[in-house]
Design a binder for this molecule. Structure first.
Ligand code: FA5
Length: 338
C-alpha cells in the first residue's frame, strides 16, 4: 500500500489530485486510517507490532504528501511569475506621438522673445463688440478704414474680431500704465482666400505704454524681435502706412536671410504710436467703470503681426490654407518634434 501511495503521490500533477490521494490514504476514512481502526480486532500481542508498522507507513505517506505539495506549490508560483514577467529585451510598440502645430511653434518663439523683454502675455475674446473692435480704436462707423476689414457679424450685433487690437483697449481699461503686453489669438475676416490670405488666421499684438515712449523704442523692439527670430544679423524695414489707431503708422518687414539662398523681405505687420483718441476712448471706458482716467498725456506704441507669414517661410509651407485644411500629411511632418 505504501508503494502504491508513493507512486500516486509522485504522479499527482496538481494540488487537487494530490488532495484526492491524501483523502484516499490518510483521510478520515482513508485506507491507512481504516487499518489503524482495525487494530482493535487483533490479539493484543500482535497489536503493538502491527500498530508500529502502520504508523511507519502513515508517516512515510504523509512525508511524501508534504514534499509533493511543496513542489507543486513552487511550480505553480514559478509558472505565475514566468507568466507575469516583462521581457525588457523585446522591442517596444510604436506609439503615435503628437506634435505642436507650426503656428504654435512660431507663437512660442515670439512669446519667449517678449517674455524675456518683460512683457505680459494675454489672450482675449474672439467674439467682440463693435465698440472695442472699431470705435474705441478711432474707427467710427463712417470711417473709410472699415472697408479695409470685412467683418463676420453675429445676429446679436457682435462680431468676430478682425484683429487683436481691441485687446489694446481691454488691457488698458483693466491696467494702469506703465505696461508692456503681447496678445496672441485668432482673428477672422470675411475675405476671399488665396495662398497668403485665410478667413481665420492669427495675430500677435504688442502694446507698450508709459511716459516718453517714442518711435525709436518701437523700432528697437521690432529689431530685437527680428534678431530673436532670425539671428544677430537680422534687418528690419519700416514704411509709412495708415492705421486709424496709430499716428504715425508704419508697416514693417524683416529680412529673412538664410544660407540656402532664400533671402527676402518678409512683410510682417503694422505698427505705430498710439493715437490720442484711443487713450481718450480708454479713459472714457474706465470712467464709466468708476476707474480713474490715467491715459491722457501718456505715450505708447503698438504693433500687430501675422505668425502665419513667419511659419510659411520657416517651414516652407507654400499656401496658408494648408495650415487649417486638416490634411494629416502637412501636420504629420511636425509629429514628435515638441
Ligand atoms: C492690423 O490688423 C492691425 N491691427 C495691425 C496693427 C496693430 C497696426 C497695432 C498698428 C498698430 P493688418 O490688417 O495689416 O493690420 O494685419 C496685420 C498682419 O496680419 C498682416 O501684416 C499680415 O501678416 C496678417 N494678415 C492680415 N490679413 C491676413 C489674412 N487674410 N491671412 C493671413 N494673415 C493676414
Amino acid at each position: 500500500m505504501q508503494h502504491e501511495a508513493i507512486q500516486e503521490i509522485a504522479a499527482a500533477g496538481s494540488l487537487e489530485t494530490l488532495q484526492a490521494v491524501k483523502t484516499r490514504y490518510v483521510g478520515k476514512s482513508g485506507l491507512v486510517t481504516k487499518e489503524l481502526g482495525a487494530l482493535g480486532k487483533l490479539p493484543p500481542e500482535e497489536r503493538r507490532a502491527r500498530g508500529a508498522e502502520i504508523n511507519a507507513v502513515r508517516q512515510a505517506i504523509q512525508a511524501a504528501l508534504d514534499e509533493r505539495e511543496a513542489a507543486l506549490r513552487r511550480e505553480a508560483l514559478d509558472a505565475k511569475l514566468a507568466g507575469e514577467a516583462i521581457d525588457v529585451t523585446l522591442p517596444g510598440l510604436p506609439l503615435p506621438a503628437g506634435g505642436l502645430h507650426p503656428i504654435n511653434r512660431v507663437y512660442e518663439d515670439l512669446v519667449n522673445i517678449y517674455e524675456r523683454l518683460g512683457y505680459a502675455v494675454v489672450e482675449g475674446p474672439e467674439v467682440e463688440d463693435e465698440h472695442h473692435n472699431f470705435e474705441a480704436l478711432n474707427v467710427p462707423w463712417y470711417h473709410p478704414a472699415r472697408d479695409l476689414q470685412d467683418t463676420f457679424w453675429l445676429e446679436d450685433g457682435r462680431l468676430l474680431r478682425t484683429h487683436t487690437s481691441p485687446m489694446q483697449v481691454r488691457y488698458m481699461v483693466d491696467h494702469e500704465p506703465d505696461l508692456k503686453v503681447v496678445v496672441r489669438g485668432k482673428v477672422y475676416r470675411y475675405e476671399a482666400t488665396d495662398a497668403t490670405h485665410e478667413s481665420m488666421f492669427h495675430q500677435l499684438e504688442g502694446l507698450v505704454v508709459g511716459d516718453g515712449i517714442s518711435m525709436a523704442d518701437l523700432k528697437g523692439t521690432i529689431a530685437e524681435m527680428a534678431r530673436g527670430l532670425y539671428g544677430a544679423g537680422a534687418r528690419v524695414r519700416f514704411q509709412p502706412s495708415y492705421y486709424p489707431f496709430v499716428e504715425p503708422g508704419a508697416d514693417f518687414a524683416v529680412y529673412w536671410d538664410n544660407p540656402r539662398g532664400e533671402s527676402k523681405w518678409l512683410e510682417l505687420g503694422g505698427c505705430g504710436m498710439i493715437h490720442p483718441n484711443v487713450f481718450k476712448a480708454v479713459d472714457d471706458l474706465r470712467e464709466a467703470q468708476g476707474k480713474p482716467r490715467v491715459y491722457e498725456g501718456k505715450t505708447g506704441f503698438a504693433f500687430g503681426l501675422g505668425p502665419e507669414r513667419i511659419a510659411m517661410l520657416k517651414y516652407k509651407i507654400p499656401d496658408i490654407r494648408y495650415f487649417y485644411a486638416n490634411d494629416p500629411r502637412v501636420i504629420g511632418q511636425f509629429r514628435g518634434e515638441l
